[in-house]
Write a protein of this length. Structure first.
Length: 133
């Protein structure tokens, strides 16, 4: 039992680092960005959705680290679709994911198909989620 706990703690360090980074980024957002400005920029509009996808593409800190920021989009910006888009488009446009596909398939066309096919679908679903809220 002691060995299981020890290995679990050692193996969880990588995930905990990403969660800590996400919590730190969410805390910085809450500290330096007013709720009104956050809602205005990242609210449930097409412009807010576009900005969310842009930030997710640039930021992509892994899903564990993105979760606190996505929660902030859900609560402070009142945009469940933007929260969904932030989590999904970050992964779909992640450089390492695209490069793994490129190395595996030896094709840039297949690798770039991931963001080109998935991001429009993510934006459509997110927009529909925002309409429903």
């Amino acid at each position: 039992m002691k060995s299981i706990v020890s290995h679990s703690l050692n193996d969880s360090k990588m995930v905990l680092r990403w969660i800590f980074l996400g919590v730190l980024l969410a805390a910085l957002l809450r500290t330096f960005v007013s709720p009104d400005a956050f809602h205005a920029y990242f609210g449930p509009t097409l412009a807010g959705l576009g900005l969310t996808v842009l930030v997710a593409t640039i930021l992509e800190v892994c899903s564990e680290g993105s979760a606190p920021i996505a929660a902030d989009l859900m609560t402070r910006a009142a945009a469940p679709g933007n929260s969904f888009a932030f989590l999904m488009s970050g992964v779909a446009t992640d450089y390492t994911e695209i490069m793994v596909i490129r190395q595996t398939t030896a094709s840039w066309k297949v690798a770039l198909a991931l963001p080109l096919i998935s991001v429009p679908q993510i934006v459509l679903i997110a927009w529909l989620m925002n309409l429903g809220s």
